[in-house]
Design a binder for this molecule. Structure first.
Ligand code: DX5
Ligand code: ZN
Length: 219
């Protein structure tokens, strides 16, 4: 089963309540919540209070992507705010193994995000300990970028590793995911698709249900 995780940062920020309702009606599986600190990535987005409020407004699980340097100080707060999956960048923490344990001890499902230039072998000794890997198919920081095709072989290599060490692992792809890029991602082994501006967030009049269906029909 391939899941759709809707990147709420790409929604209309004046209408987040309505956006969540529309995403519920479209039956998305998760809400992808991008947090950016203005240092690890050249952009600032989405804070903890916003997560807290959104969490109260929907039953859909939150897949939080922290594009933040040294996020460990926030784990208790993130758990309290309602993060279900909490994914941090392999490249942004000192001791990823420790962070994974700490995320779990705080009651969340740990995930690891890897950037386009990071080798999949970095995952070998942690893959058993996590619930999700997110492969960045663009450089983190902005919506609306172009898909980086070299990531397909990385997805396939992670899928192979997951089959061996953690068959339940969610393998998510984030960045320019649409009906053009989805077939290759799914063929390579992705089973979570982050839906942003390139697939469902097409404005206030967009039919999210139809656009989600279009994503599902493309593979
Ligand atoms: C990029 C973000 C993505 C992005 C997806 O840093 O993590 O979630 O907003 O949106 P599109 O489809 O525009 O690439
Ligand atoms: Zn993201």
């Amino acid at each position: 089963m391939v899941k759709i995780s809707a990147s709420i940062m790409c929604g209309n920020s004046l209408k987040y309540g309505e956006e969540l309702k529309r995403l519920e009606e479209a039956n998305v599986d998760m809400i992808h919540f991008d947090m950016m600190d203005g240092s690890y990535v050249p952009n600032i987005a989405m804070g903890i209070y916003l997560l807290e409020d959104m969490k109260k407004a929907t039953e859909i699980p939150f897949d939080v992507h922290m594009a933040v340097w040294e996020p460990s100080q926030y784990y208790p707060t993130m758990a309290k705010a309602g993060a279900d999956y909490l994914s941090v960048h392999l490249e942004a923490v000192k001791h990823i193994h420790r962070d994974i344990q700490s995320i779990r001890e705080n009651g969340m499902k740990p995930g690891v995000v890897i950037n386009p230039a990071t080798h999949h072998k970095e995952l070998k000794y942690i893959i058993k300990d996590i619930e999700m890997v997110t492969v960045m198919t663009v450089n983190p920081g902005f919506a609306g970028q172009k898909f980086i095709y070299s990531q397909l072989e990385k997805i396939a290599a992670i899928k192979e590793m997951a089959d061996q060490f953690n068959p339940e692992l969610l393998i998510s792809v984030d960045g320019n995911i649409n009906s053009g890029t989805i077939p290759d991602c799914v063929k390579s082994g992705a089973n979570v698709l982050v839906a942003g501006t390139s697939s469902i967030f097409k404005g206030d009049d967009a039919d999210y249900k139809a656009l989600v269906q279009e994503m599902k029909d493309s593979f």
